[in-house]
Write a protein that binds this ligand. Structure first.
Ligand code: FES
Length: 311
């Protein structure tokens, strides 16, 4: 009785943790570093900073494009396999397989662009995710060929194999996004840490003109850029992956003063945190500032009072 209780306790824990343990082993697998480096270099060469790369990251949409696009191939292929299983129309299954293949290309392009601007352990998981999805795409391509040449039985088996591999890839994609924070906005907690109203930051005289500096406000690290009596203030942790913006560069983009993150080059307008270049897609939290008569810089979260009043 005692033995069986021990066995009952152990079984669910080990089976539940197996996929995560595997994903975590991939994170720590330096054997993947050589292909990661080679592919990453190739992607960076093929996608220099600019409007096209920003579009692949999803900058014009305000969030990464990849998660929205991957639904198309996965949805089509899952539907095709279900039609195969329940004796649906062969023509419909073939059409769904072909539609999924057509949608796989933009999904892969957006995924590669995002992947090229990740940390190494994230890139290792991303590489295995990409290999799984490339394998699934190959199997669905072979399935389409088999169906087109009258070997529909083979086509169905190949589709089922492709869906199984795509599911493994999707699990790793979920691990990458939800456990390792790739693609999520790292700026989201800032609004909850910043209190309403004006807060003393530091004397204006402490801030060198035209230089990026970091100041602490409670739990918040803030980036400041002084221009005469005006002080621009943003959260210092980059919305992309938390890079230290105060170690970045001041640049001018479309006549606006901006800061470029030192880690992957995201560029934010200092006046309001708007994204001028990716890979970040979420606005950098910005603060309003004022200088008191005694020469102290005070800050408050930009727009927070309005947001709370509207909630
Ligand atoms: S952390 Fe990646 S661009 Fe800032």
């Amino acid at each position: 009785m005692r033995l069986s209780l021990v066995a009952m306790k152990k079984r669910p824990a080990s089976s539940a943790s197996r996929p995560v343990a595997l994903a975590e082993r991939i994170e720590r697998a330096p054997v993947l570093d050589r292909p990661v480096r080679a592919l990453s270099d190739a992607v960076v060469r093929a996608l220099p900073p600019g409007t096209r790369t920003d579009a692949l990251h999803g900058v014009p949409f305000g969030q990464p494009a990849h998660p929205a696009l991957v639904r198309m191939p996965l949805g089509c292929w899952t539907s095709a396999v279900l039609l195969d299983l329940f004796r649906g129309s062969e023509r419909a299954s073939g059409t769904l397989v072909a539609a999924g293949l057509a949608a796989a290309l933009p999904s892969a392009a957006t995924g590669l662009a995002d992947w090229s601007a990740l940390h190494r352990h994230q890139q290792r998981v991303g590489l295995v995710h990409a290999i799984s999805q490339a394998g699934a795409t190959t199997l669905f391509g072979a399935s389409l060929l088999a169906r087109a040449t009258g070997r529909s039985g083979n086509g169905k088996v190949l589709s089922a194999g492709g869906l199984a591999l795509a599911t493994v890839g999707a699990y790793l994609g979920g691990h990458l996004a939800l456990r390792l924070g790739a693609g999520a906005s790292h700026a989201e907690p800032i609004d909850h840490l910043a209190g309403l109203g004006w807060h003393d930051l530091c004397p204006l005289s402490e801030l060198p003109d035209g230089e990026l500096t970091r100041r602490q406000l409670g739990y918040l690290s803030l980036l400041t850029l002084r221009s005469g009596d005006t002080v621009y203030v943003l959260s210092d942790h980059c919305a992309h992956l938390g890079g230290p913006l105060h170690q970045g560069r001041v640049v001018t983009v479309r006549d606006a003063t901006c800061v470029t993150c030192p880690w992957h080059g995201s560029t934010f307008r200092v006046g309001d945190g708007a994204v001028m270049h990716g890979p970040a897609t979420a606005r950098q939290p910005a603060f309003e500032s004022q200088v008191t008569e005694s020469g102290w810089v005070q800050v408050r979260p930009r727009g927070k009072a309005k947001r709370e009043a509207a909630a």
